[in-house]
Design a binder for this molecule. Structure first.
Ligand code: IMP
Ligand code: MG
Length: 180
């Protein structure tokens, strides 16, 4: 189960599955209380394993979609994002639930929320597998959080280092010698 490049495991697969069940119930109750069904939107590629687990535990007739965004390089446009893959469904008037792997500085989720609200969504809520609050630079928070993690670079369960390690079935910390 352990991988040779991993220093330690922070969150095991069992813990992720159990937490996803809890979050799925919380999300269902939250939307049901307003008589709403969320349009679930995963951010590629990091959210894929978490979204796949989570949706099994949201006991409602939801549909899910994906969006791919990246931040522009360079200092001038810090905080602005580029849409590589846009939504296939109109979000006008719909309650959107964004699924993210981790909220770090918070810039990505802030910009995506803004974008979806500009498209006319009735609300945008965020569920994130991980939250790294120590790194936050913009005032944004997830409505539903799986686990709070310390200020360390984490990989696995969708999270990558140079596109690698997304398929690991746990959240772990990379060994120092694995960074170039
Ligand atoms: P933010 O815009 O700074 O909140 O960054 C969010 C994105 O940065 C996430 O969706 C991840 O793709 C990436 N990221 C932030 N921290 C980590 C980490 O510890 N490991 C892997 N990717 C991370
Ligand atoms: Mg990401």
């Amino acid at each position: 189960m352990m991988h040779q490049d991993v220093k330690k495991i922070l969150v095991s697969l069992d813990e992720i599955v159990k937490r996803s069940e809890e979050l799925g119930k919380e999300i269902k109750e939250d939307y049901e209380s307003r008589n709403e069904i969320p349009l679930v939107v995963g951010l590629l590629k990091g959210s894929v394993p978490f979204l796949a687990e989570l949706v099994k535990h949201i006991d409602m007739d939801i549909i899910y979609e994906f969006m791919d965004v990246s931040s522009y390089e360079g200092t001038e446009s810090v905080g602005k994002i580029k849409v590589n893959l846009d939504l296939q469904t109109p979000v006008q008037g719909k309650p959107v639930l964004l699924v993210e792997d981790i909220i770090d500085t918070g810039r990505t989720i802030e910009e995506v929320k803004k974008l979806i609200l500009e498209k006319g969504a009735s609300s945008v809520k965020v569920v994130s597998l991980l939250d790294k609050p120590e790194r936050r630079v913009v005032d944004v928070k997830a409505d539903f959080v799986g686990f709070v993690v310390p200020n360390e670079f984490v990989i696995g369960y969708g999270l990558d280092y140079n596109q690698k390690y997304r398929n690991l079935p746990f959240i772990g910390v990379l060994k120092d010698e694995c960074y170039q």
